[in-house]
Design a protein around this ligand. Structure first.
Ligand code: TPP
Ligand code: MG
Length: 401
């Protein structure tokens, strides 16, 4: 199949034609301001199906994508979020206990990840960053497999083709290029599978992401760009990344962008289903901006109190993704006390399983990294290895003093 015939999958182009998608906007400001792109008349739109209070709100565009969701499936979404949060908390504790070298917490982003993750089909392919523990859960990757890399005992820990879930990618934004190339291949195969690339608000500034947008648009690749705007890229706030709301960037590349409440699991499910449907129908890429918040530190090596205030966190606590679905489940009598109690037991059991699995892993080989730089060795690497060996030997328990 040629690249030209890929374009033949395109029955129509619908960029920017629906509510919540990109609109025209021009700014004459010369300095970036927090309200850039939000001037009167261009307020960013937010798709929300479930309010922070747990009330279901109607949405003419997106209701149909979740119309068939049963009470059992709603409880399933709740269970996914609770277990993912529990797994994440356990991993953070294990890092504090010295069992992991590092952990990147997803706390606060459960709805964005579970909603989008549950929208996928098994034959779709996922390209994650390093924080997509909830998506991994939806793909059926055993959570304990996520931990080896963070302990420093492997470079990944799972077979990407086993669950169509690529290895975690630390080089910011690069996985959007991998996803685009993969999606171009999927189109050439002539299947109706779709591809989803996860990335952050900070990554949206990377050249790789801009190139992915260009290629996927021009080749009409069946890819969904799922940006979790958690408001921070380590210590850089979102307003340092873009003069316009991130979803509006899609317009310049010729495909639709939409902002969804990233703490609303139903909203994320609906919008991702819509975007995947576009991909399957040959309508090309979509940018979804899930507006959410990183409740914890960037990683366990970070101290967010150095660059952001407590009020901000408190404001987002009131929008907690798990609490709002619980309220909805309770108010609509879709879940009883027995369900919540059983889930609590299941969470405890998961925590225990994760602790035991990590403690059973070998200790990292501190010198393995030097073996993986060049195939044939290098004088500079040899020098650095020797320096590191001397440093290690300077500790009492390592040096035999
Ligand atoms: C190419 C590259 N540049 C810089 C870094 C260092 N770095 C690691 S995470 C990060 C911030 C990413 O922020 P964002 O994309 O918003 O994702 P988040 O961590 O908030 O999920 C940076 C700059 C990197 N890993 N790769
Ligand atoms: Mg971020």
């Amino acid at each position: 199949m040629t690249v030209e015939s890929t374009a033949a999958r395109t029955p129509r182009r619908s960029a920017g034609s629906k509510a919540g998608t990109t609109g025209t906007k021009r700014t004459t400001r010369t300095t970036a301001k927090k309200d850039a792109g939000t001037q009167k008349g261009t307020e960013p739109q937010l798709v929300q199906l479930l309010t922070p209070e747990g009330k279901r709100v109607k949405n003419a565009e997106y209701d149909k994508y979740v119309a068939g969701v049963t009470p059992e499936e709603l409880r399933g979404l709740y269970r996914d979020m609770v277990l993912t949060r529990r797994f994440d908390a356990e991993a953070t504790s294990l890092q504090r206990q010295g069992e992991l070298g590092l952990w990147a917490s997803l706390l606060g982003q459960e709805a964005a990840q579970i909603g989008s993750g549950r929208a996928l089909r098994d034959d779709d392919y996922v390209f994650p960053t390093y924080r997509e523990h909830g998506v991994a859960w939806c793909r059926g990757v055993d959570p304990t497999n996520l931990l080896g890399m963070f302990r420093g005992v492997n470079n990944g820990g799972w077979d990407p083709n086993g669950n169509n879930f690529h290895l975690y990618t630390i080089v910011i934004g690069s996985q959007t290029l991998h996803a685009t190339g993969y999606a171009m291949g999927v189109a050439k195969d002539g299947t109706d599978s779709a591809v989803i690339a996860y990335f952050g608000d900070g990554a949206s500034s990377q050249g790789d992401v801009a190139e992915s947008f260009t290629f996927s648009a021009v080749y009409n690749a069946p890819v969904v760009f799922f940006c979790q705007n958690n408001q921070w890229a380590i210590s850089e706030p979102t307003e340092k990344q873009s003069r316009v709301p991130i979803y509006q960037r899609a317009q310049g590349f010729g495909f639709p962008g939409v902002r969804v409440d990233g703490n609303d699991v139903l909203g994320c499910l609906a919008v991702t289903r819509w975007a995947l449907e576009r991909a399957r129908a040959g309508e090309g890429p979509t940018l979804v901006e899930a507006f959410t918040y990183r409740m914890g530190a960037h990683t366990t090596s970070d101290d967010p109190t150095r660059y952001r205030g407590d009020e901000e966190r408190q404001a987002w606590e009131a929008k907690d993704p798990i609490l709002r679905l619980r309220r909805y489940l309770e108010d609509s009598n879709h879940a009883d006390e027995g369900f919540f109690a059983e889930l609590e037991d299941e969470s405890e059991a998961l925590g225990k399983r994760v602790r035991e699995a990590v403690r059973a892993m070998p200790d990292p080989d501190h010198f393995a990294i030097f073996e993986n730089v060049y195939a044939d060795g290098h004088a500079l690497v040899d020098e650095e290895r020797a320096q590191f060996a001397a440093y290690q030997a300077s500790f009492a328990d390592e040096g035999g003093n």
